[in-house]
Structures are given as structure tokens and as C-alpha cells.
Design a protein around this ligand. Structure first.
Ligand SMILES: [Zn+2]
Length: 283
């Protein structure tokens, strides 16, 4: 009771990385509670303590919030930013989280030169749009708007995974901050979960953009849309039609870019969905 010695990590997250049989992972977690997570991924801790201390990882404080499916537990959703170097993070209770480099691929993209090397006016626009988005993302909303599993925004082939190290037109370097779904122009895009619309506009790099605030620092984003069906301030339900896919912004062709941001870090959205949905499967 006095310490938070009994964090329990959602087994799937450990399981996904060390590829041991489930039983072995459980035993290891009992004896030696060290969690292994790749940069760019999400890890969910769980406790039964009434007043656990906040978790601090790399100077960022993560608060415990209610478990969406178990009133006896609290959870903390930790997002490991993509550029985190391999390291061992010691939690307050003595447990350790080992951050390892994910095995991300390299990818070369060809896009319109004006989008890859924007002129000064467009650079100004990009900065303005980035500042505006960052102000929205720094706004931590206490109210969780969802109470069920997250869904994919469409059922389609993944054409580019999260985390790919990218070059644009052979020079500009970046990493892929979301997951791309193959989508002909006009394909319907659905809200991944219940949330509040906080961005619904055309932007220089992201093109037609919808961003939903799900509460507690979790946002989902849908980019390169041809048409936006929602307005800022609106609450959308999971599965609501929010936009149609397109080829707007910095793209090499039509697709949906789907992203998840947790406490300011762009994490692997499909991994996030797997981790969070595990909270519903485990009870
Ligand atoms: Zn993308």
C-alpha cells in the first residue's frame, strides 16, 4: 500500500516486443518487473492503489486516470517520443522501463517541390499552423470523452507504417508520424472514437485536416482530406463520418494519414489502439 510496487503493465505491450510465450512474460513481470518499449510506442501501467504517485518519465509527468473498464484500477498511458534514445527509465517504485530503438524502415517520397521546399510565405504559414496546433495539443482536457475501444478510421491496406525514416525528394529528412491507409479520393473516414473536433481546416503540409481531442491528452488526426464534414467544437461519436480522403498537402498520392498524439508525442497509432483496446479485452 505504501509504495507503488505493484504496477501491472498491460501484458500485450511487453508481449509485443520480446516475443516470449505469454506465461513466460507473466513470470518475468512478477519477478523482475522491467518493461521493454520501443521509441514511438505506448505503454500502459495499471494499479489498484487508491492514491498512486504520478509517474515521471524523461521529466514528463503522467497522471493516473480511471481505468475505462475496471473501477478498482487506475491507469497511466505513457507515450515514448520517436526521438527518445535507448535508455533505462527508473520509475518511483523502483521498476524500470527499458526504451529500445524500434526496427523502423527507410522510405523515399517524391512530392511537389513547392511542398518540400516551401517559399518564405509558405514557411511562415507552416510555422503559424504548427504553433496553432501545438497550442491546441498543450491544452490538457480533464474529461475523457470515450468509454469504449478505439477503431481504425477506415478498413484499407496500410501503405506506409508509423516510424519510417523518410526523405522527401531525396533531401528533406523526417520520420513518418502516423499510419497511411490506401484510399482513393472521396473514401469515407470515420472517427476512431468519441471526441471533440479541435481542428477542421486546410493546412499547408497536412492538407485537409481533422483533429479530435479525446480528453486526457489523447488526440487523433486525419490528414490529406478532400472534404471535411465536421466543425470545430462539435462532439463526434465513434464511427461518425468526419471527412473524405484526398491528396491535399504534402503527398505523393491520395491516402489517409492517421495519427495519434499522447501528451504531445506522436505515437504509433495502431500500437496505441492495440494497447488501449487491451484494457477492454482484459476484463
Ligand atoms: Zn502519413
Amino acid at each position: 500500500m505504501q509504495s507503488i510496487k505493484k504496477y501491472c503493465v498491460i501484458v500485450a505491450s511487453v508481449f509485443a516486443f520480446i516475443h516470449l510465450p505469454l506465461k513466460a512474460v507473466e513470470q518475468q513481470t512478477e519477478k523482475n518487473p522491467e518493461f521493454v518499449v520501443e521509441n514511438g510506442k505506448t505503454i500502459i501501467l495499471s494499479t489498484k492503489l487508491a492514491n498512486p504517485k504520478p509517474i515521471v518519465v524523461n521529466k514528463k509527468t503522467y497522471h493516473w486516470v480511471t481505468h475505462p473498464n475496471d473501477t478498482t484500477r487506475k491507469i497511466a498511458i505513457l507515450a515514448i517520443p520517436y526521438y527518445t534514445k535507448p535508455s533505462l527509465v527508473r520509475l518511483e517504485n523502483g521498476d524500470a522501463v527499458e526504451i529500445v530503438q524500434g526496427n523502423y524502415k527507410k522510405e523515399a517520397i517524391q512530392a511537389s517541390p513547392s511542398k518540400v521546399k516551401p517559399n518564405p510565405k509558405n514557411q511562415e504559414r507552416i510555422k503559424k499552423e504548427r504553433d496553432e496546433a501545438n497550442a491546441i495539443y498543450s491544452n490538457y482536457s480533464q474529461t475523457r470523452l470515450w468509454d469504449s475501444a478505439f477503431a481504425y478510421p477506415m478498413q484499407s491496406k496500410i501503405t506506409s507504417a508509423y516510424g519510417n525514416a523518410r526523405t522527401f525528394n531525396g533531401e528533406v529528412k523526417s520520420y513518418h508520424s502516423g499510419t497511411d491507409f490506401r484510399a482513393a479520393i472521396g473514401t469515407e473516414i470515420f472517427a476512431s472514437n468519441r471526441g471533440k473536433v479541435v481542428i477542421a481546416k486546410n493546412r499547408f503540409l497536412a492538407g485537409g485536416s481533422v483533429v479530435l481531442d479525446h480528453g486526457e491528452g489523447v488526440f487523433s488526426m486525419y490528414y490529406h482530406c478532400s472534404e471535411i464534414k465536421v466543425q470545430v467544437g462539435q462532439i463526434v461519436e465513434k464511427g461518425d463520418l468526419i471527412a473524405l480522403s484526398g491528396a491535399t498537402g504534402r503527398v505523393s498520392g491520395p491516402h489517409l494519414h492517421f495519427g495519434i498524439l499522447v501528451r504531445g508525442a506522436q505515437v504509433d497509432p495502431l500500437d496505441f489502439i492495440t494497447q488501449v483496446n487491451g484494457l477492454f479485452a482484459s476484463n
